[in-house]
Every structure is written in structure tokens, then in C-alpha cells.
Design a protein around this ligand. Structure first.
Ligand code: C2E
Ligand code: CA
Ligand code: CA
Length: 643
């Protein structure tokens, strides 16, 4: 028995509640308490170290133990004055004399919580109506000494009401809340805490609340920033596709009628090509500004990449919708520079559709407005078209892409471009990322995003990506000869493909065919795909990693935006999305935090989209030694490296 318990990597000890002593501990437990032997530990008087709130709490726990209850908590211990944060499980243990002692299983708070929480555990108890009874010293430090009730701590009294309702019915509650904490100067500041509430019966047979609080402010703030970032268009500050879709969903949930506009600039490509991308960006910002200034209540404006803008007009009737469409075209057609001899002119084609009249699902509604815009474009531009039933069916491009995609492989229309990933410490290439390119005689260049999106919808994704995997593995030996023999190859894989049953077997088969090892291949998956994966009991990703294939988290920061799941993903490289680099001009705090966090999680981090030497140096200073971007090399065909 002793041997087994000593093998456990969790500290375990038994606390005699009446005598304030520890009567037994395993090896790790002794280590945590900084003691040589159980005897030495059992002679320590813990009474003086425990505050009233803590003592009260333990006594209340004992009542729970008698009913077989177990409690989970984070708790701070201070053996020999050194503070240690731990996650604890408290349960009852019957001593030889029949009294109930407390068995504690404590895991020192891991690297993750160390960096996401600034403070140690704060505990306090309140009566069943929320009146303050007592708190431990960290509680007083955090919230001051003048507390009379739990409600006063809450920034949003609605949050308190909800919690109040819940504890009438539930005995254990875990939530994240925004509370007022007190700075040394006496000012109140809004701070995020993780709150755990246990309803217990005290010695006087009265119900009371044990509240444990853990400061998670830093983590929450970063998460909020990530959420905003994930829904914002970095160039214009408008909503991006994801953010805009969320807004449309919200409107639909509220069942409000609204008009959705799809706006496409006429002649923008020409400006971009002839005057340069920098100028193009200025124009796009000006368009965003003009849309914001329209004399109607535009609640939400989004940009879907390129020169496509979307716009919601709440509660509009048909007549009003047309007037707004006309004023969009008018305003966007005014000259874009003040040079009167060469005024820069653009116009816009506008399509619009109405919810719920034309469609009741967000994607469908957008497709309707898009189809109407398409008609406006193809019937003369600089005009608006109201959506009519059936228009979207003929929406060309997606239909055409799916038609030609079927034959793209047979016709050998695909090829791969390779972009180097470099380690700036050694100055050498460590990997190549394979990026799909498709040139079709009718469609011209089709972007990989469009190709993949259509392949996913039409069930061709497995076929397309197996082609990519096969070609990438075939080319790897040649890339190695051209650069260095240790590089591996990174391939992007869609979540739909990865979830297929035979995915790993196909990878194994392909590796064998090309006489490669598992470590020669890296699979890139986005956060959303990974979060779904780790929630599955058979987690294909874990199997992949167990087999030795490298896993990269792609476009980090554009997806799920919760940091709490990160340490459960077995990834070796986190690729931070290039939008963070774009914003590093204003501040590098987020990047610094992310880098520290990945380090602690023992994940390598990579920064994407490095375009200039200056950016490369700045990122290196923060610690991003792995870099990818145009500065280090644009994606190029195999021949570029081998010829
Ligand atoms: P990604 O995985 O984030 O790939 C990097 C993209 O960023 C590439 O775009 C690359 O050309 C671009 N890029 C690299 N460095 C820079 C830079 O310094 N500045 C800027 N502005 N861009 C840079 P690309 O080739 O258009 O690919 C777009 C996306 O399409 C990829 O994003 C990837 O998610 C997806 N994709 C490409 N091939 C495949 C594939 O075979 N399967 C899947 N599922 N997705 C693929
Ligand atoms: Ca990628
Ligand atoms: Ca990426």
C-alpha cells in the first residue's frame, strides 16, 4: 500500500482536523511540506498558520465528508514561509479512533496557471443571503477590509442575481466573473476571477457559502483581445467574415427584419495593379470610412477580403432599402483623391436581400445578396439590383469551381508551391510548407481557400489533399538536396479530411511508398479543428502524434481564442497568425505574452507573415526564432529550388 501511494506523482497527506496536525504523508507530500519524515511533519503545529476562514472551512468540509462528499479546490500552502499554489482534492479519511480526518491530494499548480493567474487562492465565506462572514488574508488584500456582502464585489449586478438564483438550487458552482478588486491606492478596478462556490452546512446547522477565487484577469483579457482580433478586419477595422456572420446570426436570432447589402467595388483591381497595394489599402480604408458615414443607421459593416463589403440595414422597407443602395453607390463614386486634373474614380455594384423574406439562414441570405450583386455587375456595374428568387442558383463561380474541380487532378492542373520556414538562430531552413496552386483554363488562378472550401462542400477534399500529400512527399527528397537534409515538409489538412477513419492509415501508406519516416511530415491544422479533435475520445490527432508525425497549430489567434485548452493539444509548433505581426507596430505585449506561454507549455512558436527585416528582428527579440514570410522567401514551385 505504502509503496503504491509513494509512486503516485501527486502529493497526498492526511490532516487531523481536531489536532491541526498532519498524521501521514507520501513522499511527494513530504517534499511539498519540505520535511524529511512523517514524524517531523506530524510534530508541526499548523494551528497558528491557519486563518479563521480556513479553519471554519475545514470544519465545514468535514460535515461534507461524512456524507461522502469530495471537494476540488485550488489552495495555497506556505511550508516554511514559501508559498505554493496547488490544485487539491479533499476527501474524508476515517482514523483508527473513528474520527474523520481530511485526505488531501495536491498537485502543484502547473506551468499554465502560473502564468495565467497573477494571484493565489482567495477564500472567504458568506451566509446563505450573501452577507460576509470571514476571509483569508489574500481576500482582504484583494478586496479590502470593508466588505459587507458578496453583491458589492460584483461589477455587474445581473451576474450576481444569476449566481444568487443558482445557489438556491445548486451546491457547487464554477463561473468566471468580473469583480471589483482594490488597488493599494484604494481605487477599485474591474478584475476577472474564477469563482468556485460550495454550499455547506456549518456547525450551527446553518447553510453558508464557501467562495474560492482565482485571479484569471490576464488570461481573460488576452482571450477578449483574441476574440476581437478574430472577428476584425485588420486593414479597415471593420468586421471580417467571421465577425460579420456572427452579427447576422444575432439579428436572425432576435428575429428582426433587415436588409443585407453586398457591395463590390468596380475598377478596384485596376487601382491596385497600377498604383500598388499600398495605395489600394488607402482606398479600401476610405471606402470603409464612407460606409460608416452613410446617413442611415448602418449597424454592422463588414469586409469579406478584397474589395467586397457587406452591410446590414435594420428594419427597412423596400423603398427605403433602394434609397440606401442608391446613396451607397453615390458616396462610393465620389473622387478618391483631391487631384482635380486626374481624379481617381471608382464605383460600386450593389446587391441586396431581405431577411426573412428572401432567406432565413445567414449563409443563404448572404448568397442571395451576392447573387444580386453579381447581376448588378454583369448588367452594367455602378447599379444596384434587388434579389429575386432563384438568382443565387446561377451564382457562377462556386458552381464552376466545383464543376472543374472534379477533373483538375486528372488534367494535372494542380501544382504545389513551397515556402521555407527558417530558424533565425542558425539561419537555415528547417521546413517547407506545401501550398496548393490551381490554374484552370476557364477559371484562371483559383485561390487555395476557394479550392478547399469547394472541395469540402463537394466531398472531394480527401482526393485533393491526398494528391497534395503524395506530391509533397515525392518532392521532399529533392527539396532536401536543394537546401539541407534535415528539412521536413508541412502539409495543411482540412478538419473534414482529418476526421475520416482511414486518415492515419493513408498517411502511413504514403510515407512507406516514399520511404520516409513519420518525423519527415508535419500536419498543419487550425485551432478549431484541434479543439474539436481533443474533445473526441478517439482523438485522431493524438494517434498521429503518437505515431511520430509532427503537429502544427495553424493561424493561431484567429479561431477559438480560448487559451485554457492549449496544454491539452499535443502540438510541437504553434504558428501565430500574421495579423498579430501586423498589429505589433502598436504594441508587442500580446506577442510577448503568447511567446512566454508557449515556452512554458514546451511548444515551439513560429511567427507567420514576416515581410521585412525590421519585423524579423523585432520578432527575434521577442523570442520567435522560427519565422515564415515573404522576407525569408515567397512560396515558389519546386523548380525554383532545384534549378
Ligand atoms: P496558411 O496555411 O496560413 O498559409 C500561409 C499563407 O500565407 C499562404 O497563402 C502564403 O502565401 C501566405 N504568406 C506567407 N508569407 C506571407 C507574407 O509574408 N505576407 C503575406 N501577406 N502572406 C504570406 P496561400 O498560399 O494563398 O494559402 C492560403 C491558405 O490556403 C493557407 O493558409 C492554407 O490555410 C490554405 N491551403 C493552401 N494549400 C492547402 C492545402 O493543400 N490544404 C488545405 N486544407 N489548405 C490549404
Ligand atoms: Ca499553414
Ligand atoms: Ca497560417
Amino acid at each position: 500500500m505504502t509503496v503504491q501511494v509513494d509512486n503516485i506523482q501527486t502529493a497526498v497527506w492526511i490532516y487531523d482536523i481536531d489536532n491541526f496536525t498532519i498524521v501521514w504523508a507520501n513522499k511527494i507530500g513530504l517534499h511539498l511540506w519540505q520535511c524529511e519524515s512523517v514524524l517531523e511533519l506530524s510534530q508541526r503545529d499548523l494551528k497558528t498558520e491557519a486563518s479563521d476562514a480556513v479553519q471554519q472551512r475545514v470544519l465545514e468540509y468535514r460535515e461534507g465528508f461524512k456524507k461522502g462528499q469530495i471537494f476540488h479546490e485550488t489552495w495555497q500552502f506556505s511550508p516554511n514561509g514559501i508559498e505554493i499554489d496547488t490544485f487539491c482534492v479533499f476527501s474524508g479519511y476515517e482514523l483508527k479512533d473513528g474520527r474523520i480526518a481530511m485526505m488531501v491530494e495536491a498537485t502543484p499548480a502547473n506551468h499554465f496557471s502560473e502564468i495565467t493567474s497573477a494571484n493565489s487562492k482567495v477564500v472567504a465565506n458568506f451566509n446563505a443571503y450573501g452577507a460576509f462572514i470571514s476571509g483569508n488574508p489574500p481576500f482582504n488584500k484583494e478586496f479590502g477590509k470593508q466588505i459587507d456582502c458578496l453583491k458589492s464585489l460584483f461589477c455587474d449586478k445581473n451576474d450576481y442575481q444569476i449566481l444568487f438564483q443558482r445557489w438556491q438550487k445548486e451546491t457547487q458552482i464554477e463561473i468566471d466573473v468580473l469583480l471589483f478588486s482594490i488597488k493599494e491606492s484604494g481605487t477599485k478596478i474591474e478584475t476577472w476571477f474564477h469563482l468556485s462556490l460550495n454550499k455547506v452546512i456549518n456547525q450551527n446547522n446553518e447553510p453558508s457559502l464557501l467562495i474560492g477565487l482565482y485571479n484569471i484577469d490576464r488570461r481573460k483579457r488576452i482571450e477578449q483581445e483574441l476574440t476581437i482580433q478574430a472577428s476584425t478586419d485588420e486593414l479597415t477595422g471593420l468586421l471580417n467574415r467571421r465577425g460579420f456572420l456572427q452579427q447576422v446570426e444575432e439579428y436572425i436570432q432576435n428575429q428582426e427584419s433587415f436588409t443585407l447589402y453586398y457591395i463590390d467595388l468596380d475598377g478596384f483591381k485596376h487601382i491596385n495593379d497600377s498604383l500598388g497595394h499600398g495605395y489600394g489599402d488607402i482606398v479600401l480604408n476610405e471606402v470603409a470610412h464612407r460606409l460608416k458615414c452613410l446617413p442611415c443607421v448602418a449597424s454592422e459593416i463588414g469586409r469579406f477580403g478584397g474589395d467586397e463589403f457587406l452591410f446590414i440595414l435594420p428594419q427597412s422597407d423596400k423603398q427605403n432599402a433602394k434609397q440606401v443602395a442608391a446613396s451607397i453607390i453615390h458616396d462610393l463614386s465620389l473622387p478618391y483623391n483631391r487631384n482635380e486634373s486626374h481624379p481617381l474614380l471608382l464605383s460600386a455594384s450593389v446587391g441586396f436581400a431581405n431577411y426573412p423574406h428572401d432567406a432565413i439562414q445567414s449563409e443563404h441570405l448572404i448568397a442571395c445578396a451576392d447573387a444580386a450583386m453579381y447581376h448588378a455587375k454583369h448588367t452594367g456595374k455602378k447599379r444596384y439590383v434587388t434579389y429575386k428568387a432563384g438568382m443565387e442558383v446561377s451564382l457562377q463561380r462556386e458552381g464552376l469551381i466545383s464543376r472543374y474541380l472534379r477533373n483538375a487532378i486528372v488534367n494535372e492542373e494542380f501544382c504545389l508551391y513551397y515556402q521555407p520556414i527558417v530558424c533565425i538562430n542558425t539561419g537555415s531552413i528547417v521546413s517547407f510548407e506545401a501550398l496548393l496552386r490551381w490554374e484552370n483554363t476557364v477559371l484562371g488562378q483559383v485561390s487555395p481557400q476557394d479550392t478547399i472550401a469547394v472541395a469540402e462542400k463537394t466531398g472531394l477534399i480527401q482526393q485533393v489533399e491526398e494528391w497534395v500529400l503524395n506530391r509533397a512527399m515525392q518532392d521532399l527528397p529533392l527539396l532536401r538536396v536543394a537546401s539541407n537534409k534535415n528539412v521536413n515538409i508541412a502539409v495543411n489538412i482540412s478538419g473534414l479530411h482529418m476526421a475520416q477513419k482511414d486518415f492515419l492509415n493513408t498517411l502511413k501508406m504514403l510515407l512507406q511508398k516514399h520511404e520516409l519516416n513519420a518525423a519527415d511530415l508535419a500536419i498543419e491544422l487550425t485551432e478549431n479543428v484541434l479543439v474539436e479533435d481533443i474533445e473526441r475520445h478517439d482523438s485522431p490527432c493524438k494517434k498521429l502524434v503518437a505515431f511520430g508525425i509532427q503537429l502544427n497549430i495553424d493561424d493561431f489567434g484567429t479561431g477559438f481564442s480560448s487559451l485554457a485548452y492549449l496544454d491539452t493539444i499535443p502540438a510541437s509548433i504553434v504558428k501565430v497568425d500574421r495579423s498579430f505581426l501586423q498589429r505589433s507596430k502598436q504594441s508587442t505585449v500580446t506577442l510577448e505574452f503568447m511567446h512566454t506561454m508557449f515556452n512554458k507549455l514546451k511548444m515551439n512558436s513560429l511567427i507567420e507573415g514576416v515581410e521585412t527585416e525590421e519585423q524579423s528582428q523585432l520578432m527575434a527579440k521577442i523570442g520567435f526564432v522560427l519565422q515564415q514570410g515573404y522576407f525569408h522567401g515567397r512560396p515558389k514551385p519546386l523548380s525554383y529550388y532545384t534549378d
